[in-house]
Structures are given as C-alpha cells and as structure tokens.
Design a protein around this ligand. Structure first.
Ligand SMILES: NC(=O)c1ccc[n+]([C@@H]2O[C@H](COP(=O)([O-])OP(=O)(O)OC[C@H]3O[C@@H](n4cnc5c(N)ncnc54)[C@H](O)[C@@H]3O)[C@@H](O)[C@H]2O)c1
Length: 340
C-alpha cells in the first residue's frame, strides 16, 4: 500500500488530511507544516470558501515535521501530497521527485510555464508520477458533462458557459492568496478550475479574449475575470472571481447548450444538475456520489498501486491550463485577444 506524506496543513491540506485518514488506499504516515501548531497532536480546524469540518484533527499517531527536508531524510514514504502555497509548488515538488517520491500537488501547478516545465522534467528524470489536483475533472456533475459531450448525447455544441464565484478568501497563511504575485490571484487560483475543464473537453482554443478587474489586487487585473474562448465552431465563456462580499455563497455553475438540449448545473439549485431536452421533459441525470478531491486521490493512488501513469490530468494538461490562464491575464492587461 502507498505510504503517504502530506505537506502543508492549511485549509486544503486539512481537507486532504481528513480524506487520507479515511482512505483504504493509503498508509498515511506523516505530516509536515512549517508552523508547529498546524502539526500539533490535536490541531484546530480551519475553514475556507467551501466550508469546513469543525472537528479538531488528531495527528498524534503520525510522524510530524516542520521541514520538508527533514521529512525527506527521515520518513519512509512512496508519495508526497503537496498542499502548500502555489509559489512553493515547483521547488517542493522537484525536491520530492528527486528524492524518489511520487507527487500529488494541488492546483494551480505553478505560477508560470517555466516552473511547470521543470516539474515535468523532474518527474521524467526520476521516473515518478506527478499528478496535479485539477479536482473538477473528477467532480461528479462535471464528469456527467464530459461524458455527454464525448458520447454525442448533447449533439453539436452551440454554447457553453462556466461560472465560479467566491467571497474573498480570508484564511490563507500570512494572506498569501491575496497577493497575486504569490497566488496568481483569482484568475490563476480559482478560475483555473474552469479553464482546465474547458481545455479538457475541447482542447486549447486558438485564442482567448479576457476582460478583468481588480477590487484589492494591484498590477494586472486578476480579481474578477470574464473570458471568451475563441473556438471556431461554438461560443464558450467563463466567469471567475473571488471579490464577492463575505456573505456571498460559494457558487459554481455551467450551462452547456447542444442541439439536443441544455445541461444546467449550479450549486445554488436543487437538484443541482438538470437536463432540459428540446424533445421531452426535463430530468435530473444520475450523478455519482462524492467530491472531486476524494475521487481524484482514489484515482491517483490506484495509478500508483498498478504502476500505470495517470492519463486523467497529465502534468502536460495541468501546464496547458497554467499557460491558458497566463494568456488570459495578458489579454486582460493589453485589452486584445491573445493567440495560443
Ligand atoms: N482544489 C481546490 O479546490 C483548492 C481550494 C483551496 C486551495 N487550493 C490550493 O491548495 C494550496 C494551498 O492553499 P490553502 O488555501 O490550503 O493555503 P493555506 O495558506 O491555508 O495553507 C498553506 C499551508 O502551507 C504551510 N506552509 C507554508 N510554507 C511551508 C513550507 N515551506 N513547508 C511546509 N509548510 C508550509 C502554511 O503554514 C499553511 O499551513 C494552494 O495551491 C491553493 O491554490 C486548492
């Protein structure tokens, strides 16, 4: 069974922690955070934009480190799960790969294409798997959409619209998420979920045209983004932002219109996923239970167990998504479409 280390016990690391503790697929061996309080035997729970479990985390049975270097020297693990701030992903993933570990790393892969490429090169050189947690690929309602697009059930696609909106994240350690030099802002951190999903369905678009604004960031506009993906044969847009007021509920949604009808998903409606056919009555398609975080890990750990390279979210896919986001940022900054 895969012996696992988890690095970075902030909001997302704690989410992964609870999943690893309950997972039958891994032997959860060790945790690491630079803040000693985050790897104390009993650690207080943090909350993020998608809520959180208030139960304290019990780390008493695990090896606990405050330095990744110490962990890599002392802990016997096969795989490291990296949930640290984005500006550390490349450096830490490369260190783990060079130490002979498989790596699962939170999205976004890296802050720029060069860093992401170095991660890919390190994985190849080490002969280890690198998997980026683009969890929306594994989110059940989005999996239904992917299936209906792939098998032609929606017919020819006419339009597609994706939305992801959140209150401003207030939980990050030292506020790093709000510094767009460290996180890439909402454009790279939040909106990348839809960017990655769109590219997974329809490939890299020939060009993107983005308009964006800032509420608190300085520099390039990254707080609230509208992008048009200039595919040749259908209209495709996405909106993403985390500049909403504190009371605004986290929201993700899509409407994809094909010749056979529209598939409509929103976290603000019940049932969340509805198909409205042109021919017949609306119905709620069957959606598998669970959340993308758990399902992506189950997939990755099964790849490690069977020694099969992951084919869902390759590192090259994740790098393509970073590249697309950066093209969107450039488009917003110069006020023109950017070719890809
Ligand atoms: N998939 C998703 O939906 C999703 C949601 C939120 C965050 N994320 C991603 O998860 C990552 C972490 O985000 P977060 O919201 O948990 O941030 P966070 O600030 O809450 O947590 C980061 C943690 O890393 C620790 N850390 C910092 N430097 C370290 C180091 N050198 N060694 C060890 N630990 C260190 C911090 O002390 C902190 O506990 C980011 O890349 C973010 O984009 C993904």
């Amino acid at each position: 069974m895969t012996r696992l280390a988890l690095v970075g016990l902030g909001f997302m690391g704690q989410t992964h922690f609870r999943l690893h503790q309950a997972s039958p697929d891994v032997e959860f061996v060790t945790v690491c955070d630079k803040l000693p309080a985050r790897v104390a035997p009993q650690t207080v729970s943090l909350a993020g934009n998608i809520g959180g479990d208030p139960t304290p985390l019990d780390m008493s049975a695990l090896q606990r480190f405050t330095s990744l270097d110490d962990l890599l020297v002392s802990a016997e693990v096969d795989c490291v799960d990296i949930c640290t701030p984005t500006y550390l992903h490349a450096e830490q993933a490369i260190r783990c790969l060079e130490a002979g570990k498989h790596v699962i790393c939170e999205k976004p892969m890296a802050l720029n294409v060069e860093e992401g490429q170095r991660m890919i090169d390190a994985a190849r050189a080490a002969g280890k798997f690198l998997f980026i947690g683009q969890c929306i690929r594994f989110w059940p309602a989005y999996e239904v959409l992917a299936r209906l697009v792939a098998d032609g059930s929606l017919g020819r696609i006419i339009s597609a619209k994706f939305t992801r909106l959140s209150a401003t994240p207030g939980w990050s350690e030292n506020g790093w998420l709000l510094d767009s030099c460290l996180s890439g802002g909402a454009l790279l951190d939040l909106h990348i979920h839809d960017v990655d999903f769109i590219a997974s369905l329809w490939g890299l678009p020939p060009a993107v045209s983005t308009t964006a604004s800032n509420r608190f960031s300085t520099g390039d506009p990254v707080d609230h983004v509208f992008t048009e993906y200039l595919y040749d044969d259908f209209a495709c847009v996405a909106e993403g932002g985390w500049a909403m007021p504190g009371g605004f509920p986290f929201q993700m949604a899509f409407q994809v219109l094909g010749e056979k009808g529209v598939l409509d998903f929103s976290t603000q409606q019940d049932p969340a996923l509805v198909f409205y056919p042109f021919d017949g009555d609306k119905y709620a398609p069957e959606v598998e239970p669970g959340v993308g975080y758990a399902r992506e890990m189950e997939y990755f750990f099964s790849c490690i167990a069977s020694n099969q390279s992951p084919t869902r979210v390759t590192p090259e896919d994740a790098l393509r998504s970073v590249r697309l986001c950066l093209a969107e940022r450039e488009s917003a900054a110069i006020g023109l479409a950017v070719d890809l």
